[in-house]
Ligand binder design. Structure first.
Ligand SMILES: Cc1cc2nc3c(=O)[nH]c(=O)nc-3n(C[C@H](O)[C@H](O)[C@H](O)COP(=O)(O)OP(=O)(O)OC[C@H]3O[C@@H](n4cnc5c(N)ncnc54)[C@H](O)[C@@H]3O)c2cc1C
Ligand code: FES
Length: 222
């Protein structure tokens, strides 16, 4: 398991991918970790860092795909090459990679951890769902994926005889879990510290309280 480190890293690229932003930073001494693990990125002008899954790990860099939905993600998505930001990670539990017949499933910005996961699993089949053609431009990050656009749902096209590894909005994860109870699912909760100290990310899972940053974000229920 990689040891998390905090470093101030230089931004090496910022590009639009549909409505999302792909932000790349120099890797410095940070390890990319296991797909599904996350990093805390300090947005300029914001007190609390924001959790982000690792999307890509090209040589010497870390790449993050951001959906600019609020002040922190907008500040990160509008960084410029040469800016420096504090990055802490890798954190949490990622996906188990010892699966026989993987199928990657992603909804919206839930595609973020899948390109790195796909590389680690040698490009297995994938199904992605987006709310519009513009959002679906992000599917270019996972070239072999089948793509559906609302109102078609991922669960309408997803084969059920595979080892599912999924990330996406909660209703999508619940629907996937109902069809494939042993799916590995990457969940989200607002996080302040990322390493178990603040209890800000506690979620109730099947009647049990869990700190998602240390027991997740990837959980499997079977
Ligand atoms: C482990 C993990 C990995 C993530 N990876 C990515 C990623 O790769 N790319 C990406 O774009 N986003 C990712 N997120 C979500 C991202 O961290 C939040 O969208 C971000 O922190 C919002 O910050 P903000 O200041 O832009 O918006 P805020 O103003 O903080 O939030 C905007 C709205 O989103 C809600 N919200 C904020 N954070 C969360 C959350 N984590 N879960 C549910 N609702 C939330 C708020 O309640 C508010 O309604 C991840 C979250 C987690 C926990
Ligand atoms: S984010 Fe602080 S305990 Fe999980």
């Amino acid at each position: 398991m990689s040891r998390p480190r905090r470093e101030r890293l230089r931004v090496t690229g910022v590009e639009d991918v549909g409505p999302y932003a792909l932000v790349r930073v120099d890797r410095g001494g940070l390890e990319p970790g296991v797909p599904g693990q996350f990093f805390m990125l300090e947005a300029p002008g914001r007190v609390l860092p924001r959790p982000m899954s690792l999307c890509l790990a090209p040589r010497g860099e870390l790449g993050f795909l951001l959906d600019p939905i609020g002040p922190g993600t907008v500040a990160l998505a509008t960084l410029e090459v040469g800016d420096r930001i504090n990055v802490f990670g890798p954190l949490g539990n990622g996906f188990r990679l010892d699966v026989a017949r993987p199928l990657l499933v992603g909804g919206g910005i839930g595609i973020a951890p899948l390109p790195y996961l796909s590389e680690a699993l040698e490009r297995p089949p994938a199904v992605l769902g987006f709310r519009s053609e513009h959002h679906a431009e992000a599917a270019a990050l996972l070239p072999n994926a089948e793509v559906v656009i609302d109102p078609t749902l991922i669960t309408e096209v997803m084969p059920l005889d595979r080892d599912v590894l999924a990330c996406g909005p909660e209703p999508m994860l619940e629907a996937v879990r109902a069809l494939v109870p042993d799916a590995q699912l990457a969940w989200e909760a607002p996080m302040a510290c990322g390493y178990g100290a603040c209890y800000g990310c506690v979620v109730e899972v099947d009647g049990e309280l869990k700190r998602l940053c240390v027991e997740g974000p990837v959980l499997c229920f079977s």
